[in-house]
Ligand binder design. Structure first.
Ligand code: SAH
Length: 340
């Protein structure tokens, strides 16, 4: 038995060929599953009866169990899902001016160990299956009735540590007969797994890449993000330049502002120096406080000063408006755990 939501069009093609069927069946199936959201092969009326039966034997069409749904004052909605093996994950739906954006989780727990993040308090238990990522999208659409227009793979986990499943997921949600989420509406965020940045430069879809930088020098980044000891800032930026030259896609740099830790004028100037001449765009994110660690959000004044310094140095920068922090649904607040 295969899980139907694990399959790309190419996987379906191989399957249909293996049972002596024509590959146009793949397109029919994708249309039923993702456009019409039909979860019963016997309702797929343009598929002949014998093939419906064969599909029913060979595939399962699973669902994702929603345990809780929390709605923030700003409309951001956080879903706690239970996976088939009882593990828990969180997914966040955000209403933006341009549409609905879904923050998708890629792993149960996370091994990256960033000092400031709640998601890594629980070590990685396992990677999510492709279907478990796809089902976050389908289930949220089904539960809310909204059409998701953008996806950010910025939930729990390090997507580049679940690389092949991530690529399949991106292919599936982008499929023009299915969910049809445009390539430029898809964003993947990494803490900096350098070898995967080189590989991702070869990925044919024009997906956005975001880098969680959070410190402009190795001394500070080593303290905050253990990954920096494996791939330091020089190696990271070499990979980013390669990626940019290869893809011509502008890179997003995420930088959280933690009071008196990485938000001094010294760091602002170092960050500007690091990015000068690069086609990058900095997203400053006021830190969301997490119970288990001592870090504090930068004061409004320090946020402003940091922003102004980057701006004056000609860096493309925005100070992100936060969403969902009242329900612990903001960046770095998601966990593989039931909190209340
Ligand atoms: N592992 C990937 C995907 C997670 S994205 C990555 O690191 O990019 C989640 C983003 O929120 C990352 O940029 C992460 O560094 C940031 N983050 C973690 N804890 C945070 C917090 N408490 N407040 C604000 N942002 C946080």
């Amino acid at each position: 038995m295969f899980n139907i939501y694990d399959s790309t069009e190419e996987d379906f093609n191989n399957y249909f060929l293996s049972i002596n069927e024509k590959t146009f069946r793949s397109k029919q199936l994708i249309n039923w599953l993702y456009r019409k959201k039909v979860t019963d092969f016997y309702l797929m009326s343009d598929i002949k009866k014998a093939l419906q039966e064969k599909l029913n034997q060979d595939f399962i069409i699973p669902s994702l169990e929603c345990i809780t749904k929390n709605i923030s004052q700003d409309g951001t909605t956080k879903f706690l899902f239970k996976l088939a093996d009882e593990n828990l994950i969180e997914t966040v739906l955000m209403h933006q001016e341009y549409g609905y954006s879904l923050c998708v989780t890629s792993q149960v727990g996370c091994n990256m160990g960033c000092m400031f993040c709640a998601s890594g308090l629980k070590k990685k238990v396992r990677n999510l299956e492709v279907a478990e990522m796809v089902l976050q999208v389908l289930t949220v659409e089904q539960l809310t009735g909204v059409k998701i227009t953008h996806i950010v793979v910025m939930g729990i986990g390090e997507p580049f540590d679940n690389y092949l499943n991530l690529l399949k997921f991106l292919n599936i949600v982008n499929h023009p007969l299915g969910l049809e989420i445009g390539q430029r509406h898809l964003t993947v965020s990494t803490c900096g797994l350098v070898p995967k940045i080189y590989e991702f430069a070869e990925f044919p879809l024009q997906v956005n890449l975001a880098i969680s930088l959070h410190a402009p020098n190795n001394e500070l980044r080593n303290k905050l993000m253990p990954i920096n000891k494996s791939y330091n800032i020089e190696e990271l930026f070499k990979a980013l330049k390669y990626y940019y030259n290869k893809t011509n896609r502008r890179i997003t740099i995420e930088y959280i502002l933690i009071n008196n830790v990485n938000d001094n004028q010294k760091e602002a100037r170092e960050l500007a120096d690091l990015l000068r001449g690069m086609n990058a765009y900095v997203n400053l994110i006021p830190y969301n406080e997490v119970l288990e660690n001592p870090f504090k959000r930068s004061t409004i004044e320090r946020q402003r000063q940091f922003y102004d310094t980057l701006k004056k140095q000609g860096i493309n920068v925005t100070l992100r408006k936060e969403q969902g922090s009242d329900i612990a649904a903001a960046c770095g607040q998601l966990r593989s755990k039931y909190l209340q």
